[in-house]
Each structure stands twice: as structure tokens, then as C-alpha cells.
Design a protein around this ligand. Sequence first.
Ligand code: GRG
Length: 296
Amino acid sequence: MSVPRVAASYPTALQAQVDAYLRELRFGDEEATEGLNEAMRYSLLAGGKRIRPVLALATAEAIGLDTAEVMPLAAALELIHTYSLIHDDLPAMDDDDLRRGQPTCHVVYGEDVAILAGDGLFAEAVKLVLERQRGEPANVLAAVHELVSAAAVAGMVGGQYVDVKASDELDESGLRRLHELKTGRLIAASVQSVLALGGAPERATIGYRRFAAELGVLFQIVDDILDVTGDEAALGKPQGSDQRHGKRTYVSVHGLDRARQLAVESHAKARTALAEAGGRTQTLEQITDYILTRQT
Ligand code: GRG
């Protein structure tokens, strides 16, 4: 099988629920910090597919939790993701001017404020879950642990460090590890933090965990392909950015055709894991198909 050219449908109703919830969020209530609140909300509400929170809601649906009840945790994933994008775009990192089709946070508000906006979003994400997420206290704590671990050194920040410092020396397995950490852990946490909130024992969720890990790999392979083949207007960010920064990607290491093949194989593995997981997995299946076929 090759990658279909038309994107599979996306659960837009869940995306709309997430967008509505995010729009209501305000950060701090003092006049002196209103400019920071504005910069944080600027990046948060600039658009985006909301894949991580939508995955969290679909996981809730699969394991029988009420999706509306999981919204604080789902939103927190998007706050952390947005922080990573703001910091990744900074002059000291990728130095990009465009994100989600709009000027990046530092272009609009200055580098100092953009750094603080990212920092603020991370802290507010944890605060949001601790203040608003209902559930057994031990389960909420376990969910927060999944969330912050995915962003920590054995996760997104560590992956970004490897990317910044050693990306051009990596072999195939090093590249895979970099992406597992940088992108895969937060994608996986979008599933695993909800499993933690549901309190199911680990042995009962092995299929979901395998699915979550593979989905992170799939997401990154497709992201690398889109960086080469994607349409800049649709992507909302500069195309060819990885190549310009001399980054090793699934495409630069394996070539475009092999990268496409790897994406198809990864998609099949994710779907198999999901089939073994049990539960009401239709929306998770839909998201998996979408991630393989997405054009943005
Ligand atoms: C700076 C701490 C720190 C981390 C940065 C994830 C990351 C680490 C940087 C993002 C750079 C990047 C483009 C990585 C490729 C994968 C990725 C996260 C793409 C963007 O995610 P989407 O497609 O974006 O979900 P939207 O805009 O739809 O939310």
C-alpha cells in the first residue's frame, strides 16, 4: 500500500470542543501581566490541528470516560505543545517567522516576551490540571506525571537538546530515538495520561501503550515528508525548514520513497496495536488514518 493522496476525515467535532475550551482560558488577572496573557493566547489560539487534545478525548471515549470531563488534561497537552512551538521558533533555535499561518510569537511580541509566554504556558498547563481536572487524586497525579515526564529531559526537551547539539551525527537508530523523545513522547502522553486518569492497571492497557508509541513515530515520519512535499500556505509554516537547518530527517536519511513506505508500515503497526487494545476505538482509528494522510 502507498500513502493515499487524500486526507482521511478528522474528528472536527472534538477539535471544535477543544477550541471552545481553549478560547475561554485566561492567564493571570493583573493588569501588569495582561501583555503576557495576550502573547500566550495569541499563539495558543492561532489555529493548529489540536491533535494532542483530540487524541486525549478520543482515548477517553475509547475507555469509557466522559470526554467533557477530560478537557482540562486535554487542554494542558495543547498548552505544552504551544510552548514548545514558541520556543522552537525563537532565533536561538529554528529562527522561524511563520507558524500556524501567522507571524511567530517573538516576531509580534519580541523575544523576551516570547520566552516568557512559553514558560508561562508550561506552568499554566500543570496548574490547569491540578486545579480543574476531576478524578481520583492518585489518578490525577499519575496523569500529571505522564504529562510532565513527556515534556522533561527523557522527553521533549531532551529530544530538542539532541536535535540542537548532535542531530547531524546521528545514525538511523539515533534519529529514531531523537524523534521518540522530541515529538513522540508528547503524542504518546496524549493517550497515556488519559489511561492514567482512568486508573486502569498497566497490564490492561498494553495495546493502547503500544499504539501510543507507534503513533508518535508515524506522526514524525509524516511531518518529515510534509516538510519536503507540503504546501507552504496549507502548512502555515515555511516549507523545507528541516533541510535549511541541515537537519537529519526520515527523508534525508532514507529518501522520500522509503520514508513513505516507513509511514505506511508504522500506520499498519499502530492500527494492529489498536485492534488488540479493545474498547470503542473508532475515533482513534480515524485519527491514525488522518495522521498518515494529512496534508498539513
Ligand atoms: C523548544 C522545548 C522545545 C521543544 C521543541 C516539538 C518541538 C520541540 C518542536 C517543534 C518543531 C517541529 C516542527 C517538530 C516536528 C513535529 C511537530 C511538533 C510539528 C508540529 O505539530 P503539529 O503538526 O502542529 O501538531 P499544529 O500547529 O497543528 O499544532
